[in-house]
Ligand binder design. Sequence first.
Ligand code: ATP
Ligand code: MG
Length: 342
Amino acid sequence: MNHKPRTITLMPGDGIGPEISLAVLEILEAAKVPLIFEPVDVTPVVDSNGRASVPKQVIESMQRTKVGLKGPLMTPVGTGFRSLNLTLRQLFNLYANVRPCRSLPGVETVYGDVDVVTIRENTEGEYSGIEHTLVNGVVQSIKLITRAASLRVAEYGFSYALAMKRKKITAVHEKSSMRMSDGLFITCVREVANKYKSQMESLGITYEEVTLNTVCLKIVDNPKRFDVLVLPNLYGDIISDTCAGLVGGLGLTPSGNIGTAGAIFESVHGTAPNIAGKDLANPTALLLSTVMMLHYIQFHSYADLIEQAVIKTIKDDNVRTMDLGGKAKCSEFTKAVIKNLK
Ligand code: ATP
Ligand code: MG
């Protein structure tokens, strides 16, 4: 494990964000991961005209480090504020949202060992944000699909599947209803599948195209039928939350936002104000987001070390936070993970 130290922008976030960030930092330090964290405050700043915006320091830090780790953020109330998430997404062109949904050994769920990764196009599709009134009482929303964005997310999906030695890639569509838009999306994914054909064959990775309604039906019947899903924006939004539900909720689910100019890793859950400041939060989702980040920067052995320690803590030691039916405080869980780092 000989790595040059790497600087990471840390956005601890609101609510339980600071507590779970602290837990992650303690674990990384104990594991001697050569990372230097640059903490930044993302609280919106208000200018003399009353307009709120993301502090410059955040953007400057991200531009320098290219990799961010982020806790949950409070949704700002009021209008006219471009959310930090949106600003970061546009600034760093975070085009792919990646969510590995894996049941943690020891956390009982309805389905047993689920292991599905959703890779969602994150910049266009149904969430292009292009909406207008045609005439009174008639509105139109544009589903924008481009060849460039579809190829880009597909490319990420296949390189992820190859790097992580996955088994199958499923492209999700409704192209019989949305002939042109989903048609183009599928054409692009298929093009990338053909490009990687021989590498996939040698690793035994297969490719299929399945309609959204079939995915919905089959994933709640037998999630083990799926492995890596590549989806347009809206379908990805829905299916990724479905998958989080299959493995025991948002509290355990990590995510990564991969961009052309950087990447940001974050837990999927919110700020949980009801338990904030009480040392009750489960840091696992942010910790597993950190594991994803370590894979992204090629620190694979550190990623495995930390992931194994988390699994051992929950499964073998049965040290669990309240949300998993246990009694451990966040700080106690953190100490137990540290003890298992070896
Ligand atoms: P927000 O408005 O920021 O989304 P929220 O109250 O909706 O906040 P969520 O994080 O979305 O909070 O989660 C809903 C509930 O799930 C929380 O109130 C909390 O009880 C529980 N929860 C979420 N994340 C965690 C966690 N990491 N550890 C323990 N419990 C959690
Ligand atoms: Mg919420």
